[in-house]
Design a protein around this ligand. Structure first.
Ligand code: UDP
Length: 238
């Protein structure tokens, strides 16, 4: 129930790699289902949920262009990869009784709804999880920027960035035992110290609109719900 949290509408951003499990590539359905259950537990609290999922488990524009592909074409392929991930998440969520809409920034009406802001807001009001696919629809952007853009447009109170680690550290905690996690960190420090939170355009867009980014671990069972209820460890970028 909503008394467990102060949040009414949030956006969950996960990378495509969060869906690949230990396979190293593509989609791992049990992992998608696990994350879907995390989303359901927050949905059950009455929170309105937007999602943006990356595409890096399938294709990244930069990787394609490094191998000689034309950059914008490679980026469109990356955006299409995010649509596949969104459809996988839709299937997993609906399999456990959560109604969803996949809303694509690139028109493909047989597969997903086109992005119409007021319509998306209405879906949220009706407690449908809105999965925003195809990034911003523009090459040279990332799904981090898409997440910040949609969170602003949907008037979300915060972006929840689910990662492998439980926050933002002063150095890579996977490599350094003495890495220290920030409780809070400013947007400007993220940019100046090049902390690995989101890419610079996404952080700047969040900063300019006072949109907090909460970085937490998606590997922790019950973690997403806990963070929304004010428990667990995380970093708040503000
Ligand atoms: N992409 C893009 N414009 C966008 C969002 C994504 O061109 O607005 C492309 C870009 O090539 C990117 C790929 O889609 O590499 C996958 O997205 P991203 O790298 O953000 O995925 P993640 O790292 O979160 O899995």
């Amino acid at each position: 129930d909503t008394s467990e949290t102060t949040f009414k509408r949030v956006l969950l951003k996960i990378s495509g790699e969060a869906l690949m499990g230990d396979q190293g590539y593509g989609l791992h359905p049990p992992t998608v289902e696990r994350i879907a259950r995390e989303v359901k537990s927050v949905h059950d609290m009455g929170v309105e949920i937007c999602m943006v999922i990356g595409g890096g488990n399938i294709f990244r524009g930069l990787a394609g262009s490094a191998q000689g592909m034309e950059r914008t074409t490679a980026d469109y392929m990356g955006m299409l990869a995010t649509v596949m991930n969104a459809l996988a998440m839709q299937s997993a969520l609906e399999g456990i009784g959560v109604y969803t809409r996949v809303i694509s920034a690139i028109r493909m009406d047989e597969v997903a709804e086109p992005y119409i802001r007021r319509r998306a807001v209405r879906h949220l009001e009706k407690k449908r999880v809105c999965i925003f696919a195809a990034g911003t629809g523009n090459p040279y952007f990332t799904t981090d920027t898409a997440a910040t853009l949609r969170a602003n447009e949907m008037a979300c109170e915060a972006i929840f960035k689910g990662t492998k680690v439980d926050g933002v550290y002063d150095k890579d905690p996977m490599e350094h035992d003495d890495a220290v996690r920030y409780e809070t960190v400013s947007y400007d420090d993220c940019l100046a110290k090049n902390l690995k939170v989101m890419d610079a355009s996404a952080i700047a867009l969040a900063r300019d609109n006072n949109l907090p980014i909460i970085v937490f671990s998606l590997d922790e069972p019950g973690g997403f719900k806990g963070i929304l209820a004010g428990r667990g460890t995380f970093t708040r970028v503000q």
